[in-house]
Design a protein around this ligand. Structure first.
Ligand SMILES: [Zn+2]
Length: 276
């Protein structure tokens, strides 16, 4: 699943389209009616055609492409990624390279600048993602459910304050597993399955601990490590060589076996020897 650093990388690539115009849209004609509603249904794509792109931003794990009268709002979910026919970006994700397949293209946008024409494609094999066109009010409503960012970015849409240590402590002071709380985007935005596991490993805290049992010192350490792992991942872009615990067989610190167990449906990697 693309996480915040992957989305940030996509948003950085898309900066070049600022000022370009969306001159045509094609959607996958073979989707079920229910799926078709999530990927620019007819009334939305008819509105989009002809609009100029005014900016490309990130908020949480959403991509926000603003236009003259609203925004394209994209969530990549499990399997979404973008490429272009001129530049077939192989998306090297942690689970392995994603090669562009024509069969999983849900939306094809024709983008034009004064000098160039690009066909930009949104792929989503498993179809848990979405690409909608929303007016400014609907955009504000949708984004209002997202908590403050764990780390800032130059591409943030309407930057909310980055979460403070006090807010972080309050968000985790609950009787739920700490990893589940870290990944709850309404509490704080940016940590997914990979980077929550990594931050907890660096902090030496078990993902299964209830948030409310963390000491002040543990909260402080975890707060720092959450920022560190996300900032480092953004800098490394799509290079996963530095992961310490996620999908590893042995712990990078003690060399003992890594436990992989489900927590809220997500495989959670942690070291029982190093994480208490
Ligand atoms: Zn260990």
């Amino acid at each position: 699943m693309p996480e915040m650093p992957e989305v940030e990388t996509m948003v950085e690539r898309f900066q070049r389209w600022k000022g370009w115009r969306i001159t045509d849209v094609e959607v996958d004609p073979e989707m079920t009616p229910a799926a078709a509603k999530k990927y620019l249904p007819e009334d939305e794509y008819n509105t989009v055609i002809g609009q100029a792109i005014t900016g490309v931003y990130r908020r949480g794990k959403f991509i926000v492409i603003t236009t003259s009268s609203g925004a394209l709002l994209c969530h990549n979910a499990m399997s979404g990624y973008w490429d272009s026919t001129l530049e077939p970006w192989t998306f090297d994700y942690v689970e392995g390279a994603r090669k562009p397949h024509d069969s999983d293209v849900r939306v094809d946008l024709k983008l034009e600048s004064a000098k160039e024409v690009w066909y930009v494609r949104f792929h989503d094999a498993r179809m848990f993602g979405s690409l909608r066109f929303v007016d400014p009010a609907a955009l504000a409503t949708k984004l209002s459910t997202i908590g403050p960012e764990v780390v800032g970015s130059t591409h943030l849409y309407e930057p909310k304050e980055v979460i403070t240590a006090e807010e972080f402590g309050r968000a985790l002071n609950k009787g739920k597993a700490v990893k589940e709380l870290l990944m709850d985007q309404s509490r704080m935005a940016g940590l997914g399955n990979i980077y929550a596991a990594e931050a907890l490993w660096y902090a030496g805290i078990s993902p299964m601990r209830l948030g409310m049992t963390l000491s002040g010192a543990e909260l402080h350490k975890l707060f720092e490590e959450c920022g560190n792992v996300l900032n480092a991942a953004v800098i490394r872009k799509l290079n996963y060589d530095g992961l310490k615990i996620y999908r590893r067989k042995t712990c990078s610190r003690c060399k003992g076996p890594v436990t992989a167990e489900k927590l809220k449906g997500r495989t959670t990697h942690w070291c029982p020897a190093c994480q208490k």
